[in-house]
Design a binder for this molecule. Structure first.
Ligand code: AMP
Length: 241
């Protein structure tokens, strides 16, 4: 059983790295932001509750976040373990988490703010299949169209200058202290996230003393592209809305 936390600013590749790690180790990837995004896209009661907060780049209230995480982990579909991404983001969430779960490692994806801005402000997502693109590093063959399904490429609602500024400020004010807290418990592995995704993944596995990747992930399976929770938990209000 392996239980990991992955942390890093917006655009540092948490979703991609979690999926690469989860794929051949049979871990369940729990993306807290993905759960909220799914609820927004599917117009649930919880989605209505968090939509504006998310679009502004602000953090959702701790009570709701904790109940989403608790409900998701209570599914117990993680026989081989889990990797949780986007949580905890402040001290209260970290304390809640540490009270209930042992952690085997915390991966911190380190990325300078200048690179975060370059990545986030050029990020586009297929509205139909969720494949992600970067207008400079991995642009689509036809501008504005998904290579895979032909869907429209859109900007995530929170990938704006204003929302990014809020998120970076929150990250440094509220999440950096959590990393320090974990560091004192000697859980933390910091990885330089500027390299290509597969090189970053190799570094993560070395730090965690895990075997190298067995399968390379096809580019693009993105956050939000697949349902982040089992069907029965995806009803309006099911995760504490
Ligand atoms: P992410 O995909 O991790 O960047 O999360 C997207 C958005 O979901 C964040 O900007 C917050 O509005 C919300 N969110 C995700 N995780 C948390 C969390 N642990 N605490 C508070 N808000 C969160």
């Amino acid at each position: 059983m392996r239980k990991y936390v992955i942390m890093g600013v917006q655009g540092s590749g948490k979703g991609t790295q979690s999926q690469l790690l989860a794929a051949d180790l049979d871990l369940v990837h729990i993306g807290v932001g993905d759960i909220f995004r799914w609820n927004v896209q599917n117009h649930t009661k919880m989605g209505a509750q968090v939509r504006r907060t998310m679009a502004a780049g602000e953090l959702v209230g701790d009570d709701l976040v904790e109940s989403v995480v608790r409900d998701r982990l209570t599914q117990h579909d993680w026989n081989f373990g889990f990797i949780i991404d986007g949580f905890p983001r402040n001290r209260r969430q970290a304390e809640f988490f540490l009270e209930s779960y042992d952690i085997d490692g915390v991966i911190v994806l380190d990325l300078p703010d200048s690179e975060v801005r370059r990545r986030v402000l050029n990020r586009r997502l297929c509205a139909d299949c969720g494949m992600d693109y970067h207008l400079i590093d991995s642009s689509p063959k036809v501008a504005g169209r998904c290579d895979s399904c032909g869907g429209d490429l859109v900007t995530r609602e929170d990938d704006t200058e204003e929302a990014l500024a809020v998120r970076l400020r929150d990250y440094h004010e509220k999440t950096d202290p959590v990393i320090e807290l974990f560091r004192r418990k000697e859980y933390v592995f910091t990885v330089d996230a500027r390299s290509a995704p597969e090189a970053v993944q190799d570094q993560i596995r070395k730090c965690l003393r895990l075997p190298p990747m067995t399968a390379r992930k096809p580019r693009g399976a993105s956050e939000g592209s697949s349902p982040p929770v089992p069907v029965e938990a995806r009803q309006p209000g099911a995760a504490g809305a």
